[in-house]
Design a protein around this ligand. Structure first.
Ligand code: 13P
Ligand code: SF4
Length: 418
């Protein structure tokens, strides 16, 4: 069975965003981009790790054989390995995960298994980096396919953020105001490199995820007059708007322009400066899709992820992290129709899990996150069997200096409570 059979089986009437989805990830990994899928226009930065070829035995194996090999390897390893899976992973991978969750839950899970010699992270690169920083020094964090990056995370690099910071420091100075609040607090979304988390740790800043962004912004506003939020403009805008920050007080920072493309007056009035980044999957959702869902299903509940553009979040009935979406559906006691604005693997899983409800994706075109898609059972079988043989492949490590500063920002997040 090819990957596209798996993707489309649960949504037979849907079309796909790219015919290349019929290929397995090892075919895509030879091409110079993240595509196909929702991120097909995004290019892997030169600095991103690249996956080498997957041995032929795994490329040629049938789905049943791969599952049997994964189970056997996990049995042989026992407590020595723990497999973590993000909600956006395909079911063929999720069925082997010991813990499934959103990025916040998986960051916590990474430190809850000190007994495991290896943490196999079925998610994307920034999640594995975070797991490495939060787990013990002897534990190896393994990303089954190194090409599983995140196109949004790649939209903010350390050099550009440092240049932005220099310009802002020149403009605002460094002196706190009468209440002791510094001019700017940097806040990075979990979907960012360890280097940017370290930048936040070093500059009085913090990390957030989509499940705690409001709590984190409250933390930041207690300490700063304004926030520099990167890389996701939509999560920053949606969260700050819900907290009462006017949209006019949220200029966008384009790293290719002087002062990010803003005037000094705009920046003087800013409460949140939003980086020019976005998720290619979530930016596909539109208000038109919501209008159509409401016209076709008068009692539909529309729930979306806060990485969606602001008009979409405003038009929805609710928004929140992947865990929020999962819990909102689990909490529905009466048969309900849900239109969901998030990645297709999670939507399809929820539709299968709750047959009493009608659950569909707002976007009629099947467009998985092309980077999450890189984790295929073939890669999972390969890394696990190498572990059984005593070899650690695809280990993700963050150097100790970066990790030290990044941990400061991560610990601030883990300690921040509403
Ligand atoms: P969550 O924080 O909701 O898991 O989202 C992670 C992600 O990559 C969403 O695109
Ligand atoms: Fe990155 Fe978007 Fe994929 Fe999440 S869904 S990993 S933000 S590209």
């Amino acid at each position: 069975m090819t990957s596209v059979d798996i993707q489309i089986r649960t949504a037979p009437s849907a079309s796909t965003c790219s015919p290349a989805l019929a290929d397995d990830p090892w075919a895509i990994d030879t091409r110079p981009g993240y595509g196909p899928g929702a991120s097909q226009a995004d290019t892997i930065p030169g600095t991103a790790p690249r996956q080498g070829g997957l041995p032929e035995a795994y490329r040629e194996a049938s789905t049943d054989e791969l599952h049997a090999r994964i189970r056997a390897a996990k049995d042989a390893l026992g407590d020595r390995v723990v497999v973590l899976g993000h909600f956006y992973q395909r079911d063929e991978v999720i069925q082997h995960a010991d813990a499934v969750g959103d990025s916040f839950q998986l960051a916590r899970a990474a430190r809850q298994h000190p007994e495991a010699e290896a943490i196999v992270f079925c998610g994307v690169h920034f999640m594995a980096e975070t797991a490495d920083m939060l787990s013990g020094p002897e534990q190896a964090v393994i990303l089954p396919n190194l090409a599983a990056g995140c196109s949004m995370a790649d939209m903010a690099d350390l050099d550009s953020v440092e240049s932005c910071w220099e310009e802002l420091t020149e403009l605002y100075g460094t002196e706190p105001d009468a209440d002791g609040r510094v001019p700017v607090v940097p806040v990075t979304y979990m979907n960012s490199s360890a280097a940017l988390k370290a930048f936040c740790g070093e500059h009085g800043g913090i990390v957030c995820t989509s499940s705690n962004a409001a709590t984190v912004l409250t933390w930041a506003f207690e300490r700063g007059q304004r926030v520099l939020f990167f890389p996701d403009q939509h999560l920053g805008r949606n969260t700050a708007k819900a907290m009462g920050v006017p949209v006019e007080a949220m200029p966008m920072w384009n790293p290719r322009k002087v002062l990010g493309g803003n005037t000094e007056e705009d920046l003087a009035a800013a409460r949140v400066i939003l980086w020019h980044g976005f998720c290619s999957v979530h930016k596909r959702f539109t208000v038109d899709q919501i209008d159509r869902a409401r016209a076709e299903h008068p009692n539909v509940r529309v729930l979306v992820h806060p990485e969606c553009p602001m008009p979409v979040v405003d038009a929805a009935d609710g928004s929140g992290s992947t865990d929020y979406l999962v819990k909102a559906i689990a909490a529905a006691t009466e048969p309900t129709t849900f239109a969901i604005g998030t990645e297709i693997n999670l939507v399809n899983r929820l539709a299968n899990q709750y047959p009493q409800h009608t659950i569909f994706c707002l976007d009629p075109v099947v467009c998985p996150c092309s980077t999450m898609y890189r984790i295929h059972p073939g890669y999972l079988a390969w890394v696990l069997e190498r572990l059984v043989a005593g070899e650690v492949v695809n280990r993700i490590t963050v150097d100790e200096r970066t990790a030290g500063h990044a941990r400061v920002a991560l610990e601030r997040m883990l300690a921040a409570t509403p």
